[in-house]
Structures are given as C-alpha cells and as structure tokens.
Ligand binder design. Structure first.
Ligand SMILES: [Ca+2]
Ligand SMILES: [Ca+2]
Ligand SMILES: [Ca+2]
Length: 312
C-alpha cells in the first residue's frame, strides 16, 4: 500500500542521523559516463584519456553554484561571489545570482529565469573550490582540501596546484573535456579519424546547434537548450567557455569551447587560455567525477530507505 510504504524525509533523518534540511540541500550534478578508455589522441594532440570517468552533462548552473554559496559563503572569505557593479557581475544582466545580507550572514538566490543558465564570473579558483566542496560531500564540506589543496589562499601560485590522487570531483582536465566534446569512434558512427571538428558531432556548425556568435543571442541560454553530443553532454560548444586544468604559461589555465560571443573557438583545433583570476560574463566550467566513497555512502542511504520500506 502506498501510504504504508511511504517514508518521510524526517524518518530518513531519524534512521540515518542526517538532518532533513541537509538532505534537502544536497544538489545533484547530472553526469554522463565517458567510456572508450585508452582512446588515442586527436591530430591536435588532445583527447586521449586512459580511464573511464563521468563528466557533467551540462555546464555548472547558477542554481548549483548558488547552493554552494549558501553552504560555504556566509562570509565569503575566498571571493566566491562576484558582485561587481549593476550591469556586470553575477547580479548583472549576464549573471544570475544575487546576494543579500551582510558579511557573516550573506544569503544567495538565483535570478528569475536564469537559474538554469551556466554560472559565469567565476575564476579558476572558484571552480576548484566548488569541486572540493562536491568532493567533501557538500553541506559544510571543506573548500580547501580534496581534489585540490588550496591552503586557504584565495588565489594560489598557479603552477603549485594540480589535481590530487583520490579525487572524486574535479574541474575537467583538458583531455577529459576534449574527449567528451569531440571524440566519437568511427566504429560507433563517428568521423573517420574518431574526432569531429565541432562538439556537435559535426565538422561544420549552424545556429540550430549551439549558442555562439552567429546565433545573435549575445547572452547565456539555459543549459541543454541544444541537442546533446555523442556522449550525452550539452553546450560544449558555445554558451560559456569552460575552464580546464591545463597550466599554460605562468598565470593561465586552459579554456575551451567558445561562448555566446565566439565563432571559430568552438573548434577542436582552437586551444585557448586565460589568467586564472579572470571572472568574465562568457566563462564558466564543468566538472568531472570518478565514482567513489561518497557515491557508495549515498547508495547505502538508498539501501537503508529500501530496507525501511520493506519493513514498514
Ligand atoms: Ca571569485
Ligand atoms: Ca575528424
Ligand atoms: Ca560551453
């Protein structure tokens, strides 16, 4: 019977010791599996990944990033929120997150109609802290340890920070990103050399396929507004550029895929980089995941729910 098998969040909290509110606050990052491990690189030299991994199906959204801010940025020690000006910054016409209150009790909300647009105005270091927070189970999870050891320094020395072994969530590496965007084996319906020129399963692109310069939108669009590519990811071409981990020069990290104001930079042969502290209207990020202990913990909670249902 439905009524007897129903289990409330409060009951889950009672049996797991979790607060119902923290269970509700957990966000979900939809991911897709990237298989074909051990694939060869493209002629550009990128795209080879030896292991299987998951990647965010979409760019990280304003709603996801606002949940992160509400969890860890009541004071905002690390400048995770960009509040520049009225027309720029996260509260401006290209952003989608507002901040209320004063330091120590800041709260954050998404702008109506823009919750599912990609977060922007985020530095590379903001992206690493979001990843660490996911790695550490969200909630009050630490932002300074996990996939990256940041040591409480808002903008660390660039070359000193690389992904730690044992990572569970991370900013995409350049190869992880490139493979998810452009790879499709010829044997699985792909291009003859296993890589497309655009992240749209095609060697040409049209405005029906992505939000880029010729679309004429000149702003971000909700993630997933265009068709998915081979592996099931959205908006790897256009919408916003996406940070990757590649260390390029003294102060830069990689970014790929172009944005709403881009054209040729959507292409596989267009490698790009920008200063780690840049916070721009056309730049966001996407995360990678290796299933690990936190996923196992969630499965355990799911199993507990199932066993409670069976008993009730
Ligand atoms: Ca920031
Ligand atoms: Ca090709
Ligand atoms: Ca993009």
């Amino acid at each position: 019977m439905y009524v007897k098998s129903f289990i409330s969040l409060a009951a889950i909290a009672a049996v797991t010791g979790l607060e119902a509110t923290s269970a509700l606050a957990q966000i979900t990052i939809p991911t897709v599996p990237i298989g074909n491990p051990g694939n060869a690189a493209d002629s550009t030299g990128y795209g080879a990944v030896a292991y299987s991994y998951n990647i965010g199906a979409t760019e990280v959204t304003n709603a996801q990033y606002a949940a992160f801010l509400n969890a860890v940025a009541a004071t905002d020690t690390y400048s995770l929120y960009n509040g520049d000006g009225v027309s720029t910054g996260m509260a401006g016409s290209f952003g989608g997150i507002t901040r209320s209150g004063s330091a120590g009790s800041y709260t954050y909300a998404t702008v109506s109609g823009r919750a599912n647009n990609p977060v922007n105005f985020v530095s590379f270091w903001d992206a690493t802290r979001f990843s660490n927070w996911l790695h550490n189970g969200q909630g009050s999870g630490d932002t300074e340890t996990g996939a990256y050891t940041l040591g409480g320094v808002t903008n660390p020395v660039n070359a000193s920070i690389t992904r730690n072994a044992g990572w569970q969530w991370a900013v995409t590496s350049e190869d992880e990103w490139y493979k998810a965007a452009y790879h499709q084996p010829a044997s699985q319906g792909g291009d003859s050399d296993d890589y497309w020129r655009y992240p749209t399963q095609s060697n040409t692109i049209a405005t029906a396929q992505a939000n880029y310069f010729f679309s004429g939108i000149n702003n971000t669009t909700p993630v997933g507004s265009y068709a998915a590519n081979f592996y099931g990811t959205f908006d790897m071409g256009g919408n916003v550029w996406e940070w990757n981990e590649a260390i390029i020069g003294g102060f830069d990290r990689g970014r790929r895929g172009g944005a709403f104001n881009s054209n040729v930079t959507l292409r596989a042969d267009s490698r790009n980089n920008i200063t780690t502290t840049s916070e721009r209207d056309d730049l966001g990020f996407r995360v990678s995941q290796i299933p690990g202990p936190s996923s196992v913990a969630l499965l355990a909670i799911g199993g507990l729910m199932a066993s409670r249902r069976r008993r009730s």
